[in-house]
Design a protein around this ligand. Structure first.
Ligand SMILES: Nc1ncnc2c1ncn2[C@@H]1O[C@H](COP(=O)(O)OP(=O)(O)OP(=O)(O)O)[C@@H](O)[C@H]1O
Ligand SMILES: [Mg+2]
Length: 253
């Protein structure tokens, strides 16, 4: 019960505007020979409870942008405001804790610990997340709850090697949801799945905005990109188009 109240509070506090605001973010990489600009003055807003797509060709800066959004990478200049607070300025440990509470990440290659069962994988995320709501003895029940959400309660005892690709990615989604973060960030989450399985896995992510969560995703699949409620398209580190409310908060300022 306690979970449900908190989830609702989160969706109410952010419902009015953007969950994430990216302001004039530039990311350059300097080697001795040259300076490469990977993101160039990128400004947009991710509406709360949206299904937000980041589109663009290979090398356009999509993964770099997701890394900046989750604090894995730092912008060279500009800032990212997440739920009203700037991400920058935290130490690595603080940042890891912040990430655990605020974003669940789903990777293209699942990234599941091979020696842990599905349930243990979700429980580990709960342990690392440090959310007091899911402390100690509550972790197993919360893990099963998350695996039930993705239709895997019956397979909770299996190792990743005993699961299909689609099932492994569903475990990764359960893990991303474990700490009840307001946002899920997914970099080509269906990139390694056949088209039928990709749709099934994506349906799970597409469902989340209805529960107040914001889903930010990258995909090369035009069918899945087309299901976004808002989004941006990058080309060579620039935003070349925006859809939905991706610019609303920025224009309003
Ligand atoms: N650490 C790095 N050092 C130098 N260049 C980098 C680094 N990381 C990324 N790049 C370059 O920045 C550009 C953007 O990379 P990024 O991985 O963000 O692209 P992407 O849009 O995610 O591409 P893909 O669709 O292939 O995953 C690429 O040209 C890449 O080579
Ligand atoms: Mg990428």
């Amino acid at each position: 019960m306690a979970n449900m109240v908190t989830s609702r509070d989160v969706s109410q506090t952010v419902a009015q505007g953007a969950l994430v605001r990216v302001e004039h973010v530039t990311r350059t990489i300097a080697t001795r020979a040259q300076k490469t600009t990977i993101l160039d003055d990128v400004t947009f807003a991710v509406p709360a409870s949206s299904l937000f797509a980041i589109n663009g060709p290979s090398g356009s800066g999509k993964s770099t942008l997701l890394n900046v959004l989750t604090g894995i990478d730092r912008p060279t200049s500009g800032r990212v405001i997440f739920d009203g607070t700037e991400i920058r300025g935290r130490g690595e440990n603080q940042l890891a804790r912040w990430r655990g509470e605020h974003v669940g990440i789903v990777f293209q290659f699942f990234q599941l610990v091979p020696t842990l069962t599905a349930s243990e994988i979700v429980e580990l995320a709960l342990e690392l997340g440090g959310n007091r709501r899911f402390a100690g003895g509550k972790r197993r029940a919360r893990a099963i709850e998350c695996l039930t959400l993705v239709g895997l309660a019956d397979l909770a005892h299996r190792l990743p090697s005993q699961l299909s690709g689609g099932q492994q990615q569903r475990v990764a989604i359960a893990r991303a949801l474990a700490n009840d973060p307001p946002a899920i960030v997914a970099d080509e989450p269906t990139g390694n799945l056949d088209s039928h399985t990709a749709t099934q896995v994506f349906d799970l992510l597409a469902e989340l905005p209805r529960q107040g969560k914001t889903v930010i995703y990258v995909t090369h699949d035009p069918r899945l990109a087309g299901r976004a409620s808002a989004g941006i398209t990058l080309l060579d580190g620039h935003i070349v188009s925006q859809s939905g409310d991706a610019g609303a908060e920025v224009r309003g300022k």
